[in-house]
Design a protein around this ligand. Structure first.
Ligand code: MRU
Length: 344
């Protein structure tokens, strides 16, 4: 992705360290942070220094690579198992995290008792997982741009951009590609309470590439549908089930219902790592609930009544019937067919 005229990935491995863009500091400060053990990666994922399903998948994979470097020979297997369990328990909804962590774990264990070989393989596998994510997102961007009409006014929710992946993005990759094809698009960015991934991160990515956009409040979507000023909705996903139900950032479901009511196409864009063939339907997906202070405070200052409880589900389920199509690296499929199509 381009930031201040330079190319960056959201997360990468360099000189036995994992480096990442600190997404909690954006857009006001651009800072790269680096970590040398898996416990620091656990904190970075939990605190959302890195966030977005494919990006935490890659961070988890690199976290396992660090664990392999730090594991003593005599406890190699047990150390990696603990690292795997701790990394995968940091955030429950995005399946990419489990996929990234397990990919490295399984590859590293294959070469025991040649521990030096295992360590090399762990880094190689993590890089391979991250590279695959970039390639998948590039394909999604290219394939998805075909459904964007010239002059389209597009609504997106949360941040499904290069920051949320390793590069390109999913929903925002499609938007980025359509812009590069001179399709003269405009993007409505819903702010995405409570952590403002839309207002902070999507708006930042769009501004970096001069893509015309405006931030709207989460509850302004209906107004713009009613005004017939939204032609297309594209979001990412944190998990896609066999029946085509998806989990994505809280607030996605109501955008999908509005889109159906207004006969506006609603697309979901996701790489292979976001599919969970063991989840039959949306109710099988674990939903993360985060701290109530994310809702009640901004920068540690209370805006809400401090003595009232708050409920903070971080994701919701959008049933397949509200989704026009799922944009994958292999093509665009009806939700009910997508999981089977990506499998073959
Ligand atoms: O809580 P977050 O910021 O990790 O949630 C991210 C989202 O819901 C994204 O829309 C999703 O991961 C798709 S990212 C390509």
């Amino acid at each position: 992705m381009q930031i201040n005229g330079q190319q960056y990935l959201s997360v990468w491995y360099e000189n036995a360290k994992v480096k990442m863009i600190d997404q909690n500091k954006l857009p006001l400060e651009f800072r790269i942070v680096e970590y040398s053990n898996y416990l620091e990666i656990c904190s970075a994922i939990r605190e959302m220094t890195v966030r977005g399903a494919p990006a935490i998948g890659a961070a988890g994979a690199y976290g396992m690579a660090l664990a392999a470097q730090n594991a003593p020979d005599e406890k190699f297997r047990a150390y990696l198992r603990t690292a795997r369990d701790e990394l995968t328990s940091t955030r429950p909804t995005a399946i990419d995290l489990c996929n990234g962590v397990n990919y490295v774990y399984e590859n590293a264990l294959k070469f025991i008792p040649d521990y030096e070989h295992s360590r090399l393989v762990a880094v190689f596998a993590a890089r391979e997982f991250a590279k695959k994510s970039v390639d998948d997102c590039y394909q999604i961007s290219k394939i998805g741009s075909e459904i964007v009409p010239k002059g389209a006014r597009i609504l997106t929710h949360c941040n499904a951009g290069a920051l949320a992946t390793v590069d390109w993005g999913t929903a925002l990759g499609v938007i980025r590609m359509a812009h590069r094809q001179h399709k003269d698009i405009f993007v409505y960015v819903s702010e995405t309470r409570p952590r403002f991934q839309g207002a902070r991160l999507t708006a930042f990515e769009l501004a970096q590439e001069d893509i015309p956009h405006s931030i709207i409040t989460d509850n302004a979507g209906g107004f713009y549908f009613w005004k017939k000023e939204i032609d297309l909705v594209i979001t990412g996903a944190d998990r896609i089930c066999l029946n085509g139900d998806i989990a994505n950032k809280i607030g996605t479901y109501e955008k999908a219902v509005l889109a159906k009511e207004h006969k506006v196409p609603f697309y979901v864009a996701a790489p292979f790592s976001t599919f969970d063939l063991s989840c039959k339907e949306g109710s099988d997906i674990p939903i993360e609930f985060r701290d109530e202070d994310e809702i009640k405070c901004i920068n540690s200052n209370y805006l809400a009544n401090p003595y009232s409880p708050a409920l903070n589900p971080s994701f919701d389920i959008t049933p397949a019937k509200f989704i026009t199509g799922i944009i994958t690296p292999k093509g665009i499929f009806k939700p009910k067919d997508a999981a089977r199509q990506v499998q073959v």
